[in-house]
Design a protein around this ligand. Sequence first.
Ligand code: ADP
Ligand code: MG
Length: 709
Amino acid sequence: MSERPAITLRDLAAIDVGQLRGVGEKKRASLAAFDIDNVLDLLTTYPRRWVDRSNEARIADLVPGEEALVLVTVRSVSARRTRNRRSMVNVNVGDGSGRMQVVFFNQPWRERQLKEGLQIALFGKADTYRGGLQMANPIVDLIGDRTGRIVPIYPQSEKAQLNTWELAGWIEEALRRSQDRGIADPVPEQVLRRLELVPRGEAFATIHLPETMRDKETARRRLAFDELLRVQLVLVMRKRELERTEQGIAHTVDGELVRRFHEALPYPLTGAQERAISEIEADLATPQPMHRLLQGDVGAGKTVVAVSTLLAAVQGGHQGALMAPTEVLAEQHAAGVSELLGDLKVPDPGNLFGDRPLRVELLTNRVTGSDRKDVLAGLADGTVDIAIGTHALIQEGVEFASLGAVVVDEQHRFGVEQRAALRDKSDGHVPDVLVMTATPIPRTAAMTVYGDLDVSVLDELPPGRTPIVTKWANGPLLETEVWNDVRLEVDAGRQAYVVTPLIEESDKLEVSSAEETYQRLVDGELSGLRLGLLHGRLTAAEKEMTMDLFRSGQLDVLVATTVIEVGVDVPNATVMVILDADRFGIAQLHQLRGRVGRGQHPSTCWLVTQEHDGGNPRVEALVASTDGFELAEVDLDLRGEGTLMSTAQKGRSDLKLASLRRDRELVEQARAAAFAIVDADPGLSEHPVLLDELDLLFTDEDEGFLAKS
Ligand code: ADP
Ligand code: MG
């Protein structure tokens, strides 16, 4: 019939919601409060849940203590105040099978909302109360008088004066009006066929008005795929663009130096280390600069991988740099790497004896005077092979003869600008970059958040580790046992860390709380032991002195704020006590715990909390698992994606339906599809509608990138 082309998302975004029947000035404003301005916004406002009328629990089927959804009619509503002046709304509801009491505390507006005769869906836990059933503060959805087996429930707001059925009505109208032209589907046919995805137009219609729950799921999968594909396309295009425009070095990977290094190691590489090293070497060998993320739990052995990478650059006549986030960590790295390298010699054909010593230098702001001059001169003339330092390494005034590979420890503090700075460091070519992180990120999340990096994972710990036993000391009674344990270990010649409560709001408060804890332990629980105190307000020299004393065994117990979170390595420390552990996040607790279990003696991590009733899911997760990746999954489950996504750079707000934890397989499929599409058609010139969608849906920065390519 119609010759007009199918409607694109761009077309939908150009239709103001005001054009829909029943949307006047007032409703337009209400919709705007929901960020719904145009028909695309409307169609991508997905139901919060779907109520399947044929399959709901009835009141008679409710089991006390279990969560359930029931569809009921309001019979009567009354409000009063409790003795402690809280508002309380009592609602009597019923269905064909029985009646139940619902109470709302501190929600006085429920009295106005819930009128007699109204159909509502309640989701909550029923309990027995005075012989009958009662639900307290359930989630309430107004159903209105909608028909159909499956009723979509939209986000609704009392304040914005929007009902779920109004939204549903407008969405239906928008879908009906698009039917004639149909909604365009820019995703290549063969991708849809291979992944068995339904057409986009069908998916939009079905997600809002499914006939069965299974149809709804099929529609969701298709639309979630589109969201993920868009993110991956942006990332993959950026990645390919960098590879095209940046000139890197094709390193000599099968050289003598790396082989010597591996042969001299006192242990064989783990399978995971070998895999990561060969992935990295494959990148190093190509003339495109590497951008790779190396993920490995604390103690997984990232340093060996890092050093292999640097040596691969050195053996081809270039230099390597290792950058740490702080000076203390840079110094520790310098010491650790030098020890690891031993007296490794660089094969040197220009030298009569065939070999020359490898030159490794530390460069931080604390290296001054003639030492600094020496190092700078060595970097400039190429006699320094490996430089270890902070970001000071890529500051102005530091010249390299030929920087070939850079390893960055901890990705969070290494951003786009730093990456750009590297470009100017090495006579036109861009060094290969390996970013290391001990923050375990589930692989699919990493693909999305760091999707323009390739990822290698060290998912295997070196053998012979003594596992760390983690215990929860819930309340003061159990805390006594903690300090006894510390004393026992110290008596046996071991050492302990005590991490003082995290106070996010104030650095100053945190320090004074650390000081208080220190004093309390010195005078009380740990009197007679040798205690040291470490916190962020000490000078670098004071910190270093305390660390030295602890490292050399002249302190038994180190009381510290989270400044010890990363990098500190004292194998003789076997107890980690974390006070107010419930204030920390899972990732942070795991990092802190990783400070022990580094030597041959078994270690314990004590998580101390104020007395809790009931569970504490984060603390319990730590007790149950020492696997960082597993914990990262739990963390994602507990926190939702919000926090993870907020660390992402941009463009990820597009994920409305896709879930990085539920849709792992879909993330991988979207990424593979993005590679296939971009590699066949780098500028997406054969897919103008798809390209236009990226332009439409991504933020300024992404648009800038897309405009360039
Ligand atoms: P990460 O930086 O990943 O936390 P490190 O590189 O500091 O871990 O290594 C932790 C410890 O494991 C070090 O003491 C190191 O000597 C040891 N180690 C590394 N690789 C191996 C291996 N393949 N076999 C045995 N021990 C290893
Ligand atoms: Mg390390």
